[in-house]
Design a protein around this ligand. Structure first.
Ligand code: G3I
Length: 447
């Protein structure tokens, strides 16, 4: 994503001060940006969007549309662009409900995420029993026709949805599409690029939020492979459907940062978190901060507006209650987007160290150091290689004000890249915390 002039200036300022710091200098914390009063306006301050899923049959509900128009600047059709909706009979395309959503969004100056061109689920009846070349060709024709119809109107397409298996295999999910050959995903991406060269092309999945899960690693390897072979992929969508059985992982920054380091944008595409009150609000804050801490996390979409609009309505997982009132979760997201802290308890737990496994062959372990009223020290030890690149991401209003035993550069004001400077594999830094005691997110890769 493009850095704003403000963030570049901030990064330069911090970089200069760090270079000049003698270990304990303090940089006064400044707010990330001015306070905005809607989710979209708050996200736009850092060049991001804040979106929602929309159902065509609710566009006549004035409460729903009022919130939609006021709060969001990105729209995803919840069901209306899926294969069963857009090609109910083979070769006969139907865009009525999808167009209602796209036209509403565009008339309101909002952008659209397309969801989804190819998926094992929500296939029209005629496709479900197809196989082999006939199915492959039908899928590619669907991708081409739908992406061509909406050419120029879609910010990003979920080209392929949910193609990886749950559990420990880290491999592909079995499906009629998968049985057409392992290259079905890249074939779909190439067809989508040809049909709409201006749209960002995403792979989208769920249960890929925890960096240590096999499914996350499987998707990571596919994206790494696609990038290395020139398959046209621009982004990875993390659905982010959370509840007590599938909680927000503490390593979420790491997941987003590691995917972004492959050279793709990352987006949170279907966020909902079951729960209520301050617990739910803290979890929403943590997810929002995880995105904000990754320069290439370009936006967040929640999967519906009011709790009653959710596919998991009984879990009250959204930002507005059934009457359209703002929940505590709404306020925590808005404050996080505005760069505010202190409204909810930090989600990071305090233990003595954390380590981040990396498939590229190194591990970075963070340890707490000394603490003062205004700042604290941290230390990172790298194992697995002497040729490392470690990314240290702090959350606003924190700033790294000093480093030692490393050569440091800044991606943004919040993201430092550390490399060896001949002092060994342990380096340290001082963080001016501004009241935010959260640990930085650490990730490691081999140079
Ligand atoms: O509209 C019909 C209604 O006329 C009919 O009486 C009723 C009977 O079952 O069905 C209604 O359609 C339902 C539709 O939602 C609209 O409510 C479908 O049965 C139901 O299957 C469909 O569920 C959707 C689900 O995807 C299908 O896979 C959910 O709304 C939608 O939120 C959900 O979204 C998915 C994402 O696409 C991918 N990631 C996971 C996410 C949550 O499951």
């Amino acid at each position: 994503m493009t850095l704003t002039a403000k963030s570049v200036a901030r990064a330069a300022l911090v970089s200069t001060l760090v270079a000049a710091a003698a270990g304990a200098a303090v940089l006064a914390a400044s707010p990330a940006s001015g306070a905005a009063s809607t989710l979209a306006a708050a996200a736009q301050q850092s060049g991001r969007y804040f979106g929602t899923a929309v159902a065509a049959n609710k566009l006549g509900d004035s409460t729903y549309v009022g919130i939609l128009n006021r709060e969001f600047d990105m729209v995803t059709a919840e069901n209306e662009m899926k294969m069963d909706a857009t090609e109910p009979n083979q070769g006969q395309f139907s865009y009525g409900n999808a167009d209602r959503i796209v036209n509403h969004a565009r008339n309101q100056g909002k952008r659209v995420r397309g969801h989804a061109l190819a998926w094992h689920s929500q296939q029209p009846g005629w496709m479900q029993n197809m196989s082999g070349t006939a199915l492959r060709n039908a899928m590619l024709n669907h991708v081409t026709q739908v992406a061509s119809y909406y050419r120029g109107k879609i910010y990003a397409w979920d080209v392929v949805n949910e193609a990886f298996a749950d559990g420990s295999s880290g491999g592909r999910r079995d499906s009629n599409l998968q049985r057409t050959g392992n290259d079905w995903i890249e074939a779909a991406f190439r067809a989508a690029r040809a049909a709409d060269p201006g749209a960002k092309l995403c792979y989208n999945d769920y249960n890929t939020d925890n960096w240590s899960h096999a499914k996350t690693q499987g998707v990571y390897r596919m994206v790494q492979d696609f990038k290395s072979r020139g398959v046209p992929i621009d982004c990875v969508g993390f659905q982010a459907h959370f509840n007590s059985g599938n909680p927000v992982p503490s390593n979420y920054h790491t997941t987003l940062q590691n995917f972004a380091a492959l050279g793709v944008d990352v987006q949170i595409t279907e966020l909902d978190i079951e729960g209520s009150g301050s617990t739910q609000a803290q979890q929403y804050q943590g997810v929002t901060q995880a995105c904000l801490a990754v320069a290439r996390c370009t936006g967040i979409t929640v999967w519906g507006i009011r709790d009653s609009d959710s596919w998991r309505a009984s879990g009250t997982p959204l930002l507005f209650d059934n009457n359209g009132n703002k929940k505590a979760a709404y306020t925590s997201v808005l404050n996080a987007l505005n760069g505010a802290t202190g409204t909810t308890t930090p989600t990071t737990t305090t233990t003595t160290s954390s380590s981040t496994p990396n498939p590229g062959g190194c591990t970075a372990t963070y340890s707490e150091g000394e603490k003062w009223n205004d700042r604290f020290n941290g230390q990172v030890t790298v194992s697995g290689t002497d040729n490392w690149i470690v990314t240290v991401t702090v959350s606003s209003p924190q700033r790294i004000i000093a480093t030692w035993n490393t050569s440091a550069t800044w991606e943004t004001a919040n993201v430092m890249t550390a490399r060896p400077n001949g002092s060994g594999n342990t380096f340290g830094f001082t963080i001016s915390h501004g009241g935010n005691w959260n640990w930085p997110a650490i990730s490691c890769r081999v140079a």
